[in-house]
Design a protein around this ligand. Structure first.
Ligand SMILES: *Cc1c(COP(=O)(O)O)cnc(C)c1O
Length: 389
């Protein structure tokens, strides 16, 4: 059968799988060797060359999920991001970046680019015009992240990718928050799609990995730098990630459903002043999200009313875990002002609309009623405590 015609869950379960010829087991065997024969073989294999059997198997699955020709898997999302960007940049080049970026990506750019002589500008807003405005003659690539962290802002991916094409530069996107289940940027004209596989691809809060997907030509260019930088990962992790992706479609669709229902519930709740979810008609970017996303994702943010103490609320939760990171099957929650965005000044946070009472909620696959009950008991507990003082 032609795997190109497989639908989502068949790709997740089967594409790339290795056959267990010896014992006819149902799943891919693990090949953990770091030493492979070099004589009488057509390929020199070594884990840091990204070409062990398990790495190649998983790369095929990821490429299929993103409708790309090729993919590479890295030891972390940041290894994928840094290696991919540097593969296409040299001293004197300029990059146009979306303003709302994952903290680690932001730090990599502002802390490291200068020593390589790479210049950059953040687009002042999210429209195509904003990206075009900061374009320079030496611009070499445009970098997007949509939906963004933590307020789930969305950019018009197709329009920005076509701006990049018209200028003859490369377009990159961090597709971590959407996952390949909800958004396929290559179909919208983007050149390279990056994932922190630590999030939805792994999905169980126990794997650190990253990936980049694109054309054979672009991935070959990333590969030649990747071999030198060495950001590869062990075949045990590769195997576990392959195993985890089998349920990607099922997990993310359950998270989409839960998040949409919870976003609606929270937007009617009197303890909440604001909800950010691209699937809500009230979200400023809803129309674009509707155009380019197949599902709106499992991430949402909400603002608690001023009279509710955020720290006490987080302490009172029993199922929803206050935790860094996101996208596991278990619901987690954090305060961006206290964690992911604590390095920004209060003014920078205000510019991005991140108030101290905003909470970022990574909705898991638990039963919705239990999540709502947890939210309600935590609010009631904090209110009762506050009445006593
Ligand atoms: C977590 C994350 C990253 C970084 O991934 P690591 O696997 O932690 O290196 C990059 N982008 C986004 C959107 C993320 O959420």
């Amino acid at each position: 059968m032609k795997t190109e015609n497989f639908k989502l869950n068949t790709i997740c379960t089967h594409v790339g799988e290795l056959e267990d010829k010896q014992f006819k087991g149902a799943v891919s065997p693990i090949y953990p060797s770091t030493a492979y024969a070099f004589e009488h073989v057509d390929q020199k294999r070594y884990p840091r060359y990204f070409n062990t059997p398990n790495q190649q198997a998983l790369s095929k699955k990821l490429a299929a999920l993103e409708y790309a020709e090729s993919a590479l898997i890295f030891g972390s999302g940041m290894a994928a991001i840094s290696t991919t960007m540097l593969a296409f940049l040299k001293s004197g080049d300029h990059v146009v970046l979306q303003r709302e970026l994952y903290g680690g990506t932001h730090n990599f750019i502002v802390q490291e680019f200068e020593r390589f002589g790479i210049h950059y500008s953040f687009a002042p807003g999210r429209s195509v015009k904003d990206f075009e405005e900061v374009f320079k003659p030496n611009t070499k690539l445009i970098y997007m992240e949509s939906p963004s962290n933590p307020l789930l802002s969305v950019v018009d991916i197709q329009a920005i990718a076509s701006l990049a094409k018209s200028k003859g530069v490369l377009s990159l996107i961090d597709n971590t928050f959407a996952s390949p289940v909800n958004q396929n940027p290559i179909k919208l004209g983007v050149d390279l799609v990056i994932h922190s596989a630590t999030k939805y691809l792994g999905g169980h809060s126990d794997i650190l990995a990253g990936a980049v997907c694109g054309s054979n030509e672009h991935i070959e260019k990333v590969h030649s730098l990747a071999v030198n930088l060495g950001g590869t990962l062990s075949d045990y992790t590769v195997w576990l990630l392959e195993r985890s992706i089998k349920t990607l479609g099922v997990r993310v669709k359950a998270q989409n459903r839960n998040a949409k229902k919870l976003a609606k519930y929270l937007s009617k709740n009197q303890a909440v002043s604001k909800v950010y979810y691209p699937g809500l008609v009230s979200h400023p970017d809803h129309a674009i999200a509707k155009k380019q996303m197949k599902g709106y994702g499992g991430m949402l943010s909400f603002e608690l009313k001023e009279d509710i103490d955020v720290s006490k609320f987080l302490d009172a939760l029993q199922i929803i875990k206050p935790a860094m990171s996101l996208a596991g099957v278990e619901s987690t929650i954090l305060s961006p002002a206290q964690t992911s965005h604590s390095l920004l000044t209060a003014q920078e946070r205000e510019q991005q609309g991140i108030s101290d009472n905003v909470l970022r909620f990574s909705v898991g696959i638990e039963d919705r009623k239990d999540l709502i009950a947890d939210f309600e008991q935590a609010v009631a507990k904090v209110r009762a405590q506050q009445l006593k003082v």
